[in-house]
Design a protein. Structure first.
Length: 379
């Protein structure tokens, strides 16, 4: 079956995009809310920090709960709880800072395992042959959600300060309605089955890949302004860096989806190393554009290859927790990369991502080729 006529996949895709939308809206929505009610944007930053901390701390434990109750029932309940949390925050607009911080923890706790739960459902939504293409198309759609979330907040804020929060709650309800009610019986990527998970070392190379993605991407996404200022360009040139990164990421994912094969992640890690070194070296505008394009072009394929190989290793009864851990590790990489940009010289910050990519590649060199670049099918 072609992916583009795969109804179950597009239902899953619509559900996961609606589930992701509140997270992309949250930074600006929290800032606008606190600025309007307290006159300061700083509390908005505190709310976002508390929200992200709750997500990261609870992603794996809540993912384990999803594995126990089943991702279909569990996701529906978590999405409705997340919607209730955003609604409660909207109703409490104007309350004291401690109350707002306490309330924002509620959607953060329940939202932490949403990505892992939806990724688990994808394994039962498409068959093995379509999985790499399905993940790549999803990565392309994610770029649109990342751009559209803040734009939607800016538009909805014209109707009222709490309207974006209400929309975030509504998006969670829609996502809950779109959660597949029954897992499809397709050929699946080989996994360990319903057995206890292997040692962490088995998954470590793939977790390192996820960490590398967050670490190196944050170096670019957080620092477009200093990157162009280093070249003597005006502030108005900063969006060009993000545009090149997003465009290259979409193009890389599109090419990967067209090929429809898992591919060798070491190739994409090599692209990260080359792109990161060029970014650190400062070769002028040609070097900046080329390095950002190489990193962006390798991002989608690396994410897809990592996800497919993780699925092969994760026991079916631990997938939600495993994928939640992967997303949490990637988010941790993004946070550390952002910190590196803030406290280190600009030329040094990308080298941490280069080092992480080299370490991940070295770990994968020790793996058998069939465990890296291919996916087996079981009937």
């Amino acid at each position: 079956m072609s992916l583009f006529t795969h109804r179950a996949y597009w239902r899953w895709s619509a559900g996961v995009q609606f589930a992701r939308l509140p997270a992309t809206m949250a930074p600006l929505a929290f800032t606008l809310l606190t600025t309007a009610t307290t006159g300061s944007y700083r509390l908005g930053g505190v709310l976002m920090s508390a929200y992200v901390a709750a997500e990261m701390a609870c992603a794996v434990p809540v993912g384990r709960l999803l594995d126990r109750v089943g991702p279909v029932r569990g996701l529906t309940a978590l999405l409705l709880l997340t919607a209730a949390g955003f609604a409660a925050l909207a109703m409490a607009a104007g309350a004291s800072a401690p109350v707002l911080v306490a309330l924002v923890l509620l959607p953060g706790i329940s939202a932490g395992a949403l990505s892992g739960g939806f990724r688990t459902l994808l394994a039962d939504t498409v068959d093995d042959a379509l999985l790499p293409r399905a993940i790549s198309v999803d990565a392309m759609l994610l770029e649109g959600v990342l751009i559209g979330g803040p734009a939607l907040v800016a538009l909805l804020d014209l109707a009222g300060t709490v309207v974006p929060l209400v929309a975030m709650a509504a998006a969670c309800v829609v996502a809950a309605m779109l959660v597949p009610r029954r897992a499809a019986a397709h050929d699946r990527v080989d996994s360990a089955g319903d057995v206890p998970p292997a040692r962490l070392g088995t998954y470590l190379p793939w977790l390192c890949c996820a960490f590398t993605v967050g670490l190196l991407l944050s170096t670019i996404e957080v620092a477009p302004l200093p990157l162009v200022q280093r070249l003597g360009a005006p502030e108005a040139a900063a969006p060009v860096v993000i545009a090149v990164l997003s465009g290259a990421s979409i193009a890389g994912s599109a090419l990967y989806a067209w090929r429809g094969k898992t591919g060798d992640p070491r190739l994409f890690l090599g692209g990260f190393v080359v792109g990161g070194l060029a970014l650190a070296a400062d070769f002028g505008w040609p070097g900046l554009v080329a390095s950002v394009a190489v990193i962006g072009g390798c991002t989608g394929p690396l994410v897809a290859a990592t996800s497919v190989n993780l699925q092969r290793l994760l026991p079916k009864n631990r997938r939600s927790a495993g994928f939640s851990l992967s997303f949490t590790v990637q988010a941790a990489g993004f946070g550390l990369g952002s910190l590196a940009v803030g406290v280190l010289p600009l030329w040094l910050a990308p080298l941490f991502g280069v080092f992480a990519a080299a370490i991940a590649g070295a770990m994968l060199v020790r793996k058998p080729a069939r465990a890296i670049g291919t996916v087996s099918v079981t009937s």
